[in-house]
Design a protein. Structure first.
Length: 161
């Protein structure tokens, strides 16, 4: 099962200047619960924005840079290669960004785990449109903003129709 995990605003915005647009501890906890113990696939810029390998996960980073190296991660040159390695490790794999990787993998995914943030913020990176002919929302949980989470948001699960 290939699952895309994304947090996005109401206009599909996911980031600006290689950074997330919000800080939502409940979302980070949800992300950790979903992905722990499984391979995660991400682009190099996403890895650099995180700043380190995510613990308790096989970190697979897609990069076209030939001389780029980081300790503790698997670096591959293509999405196809990333998925091949990930599936050897575990049947359940997670694609965690960024925008370019999402564009290239949305057609490969079986499931989308979306955090929909009730905000419209300036962004330079966006998630592809979720086509209701392809995806059916199967679950949605609302979370109200509080002292630690600055926006209302929903955890949504979409499955391929």
């Amino acid at each position: 099962m290939t699952t895309i995990v994304v947090a996005m605003g109401e206009k599909n915005e996911i980031g600006a200047d290689n950074q997330l647009l919000w800080h939502l501890p409940k979302d980070l906890k949800h992300f950790k619960e979903l992905t722990s113990g499984h391979p995660v696939i991400m682009g190099r810029k996403t890895y650099e924005s995180i700043g380190k390998a995510l613990p308790n996960r096989t970190n697979i980073v897609i990069s076209r840079k030939k001389d780029w190296f980081q300790e503790g991660i698997l670096i591959v040159g293509s999405i196809k290669e990333a998925v091949k390695f990930a599936k050897k490790i575990d049947e359940e794999i997670f694609i965690i960004g960024g925008g370019n990787i999402y564009q290239q993998t949305i057609d490969l995914a079986d499931k989308l785990e979306v955090t929909l943030v009730k905000a419209e913020l300036n962004a330079d990176t966006f998630f592809p449109k979720i086509d209701s002919k392809i995806w059916k929302k199967t679950n949605e949980i609302f979370h109200e903003k509080d002292e630690k989470n600055e926006f209302d948001f929903y955890f949504q699960t979409y499955e391929r129709v």
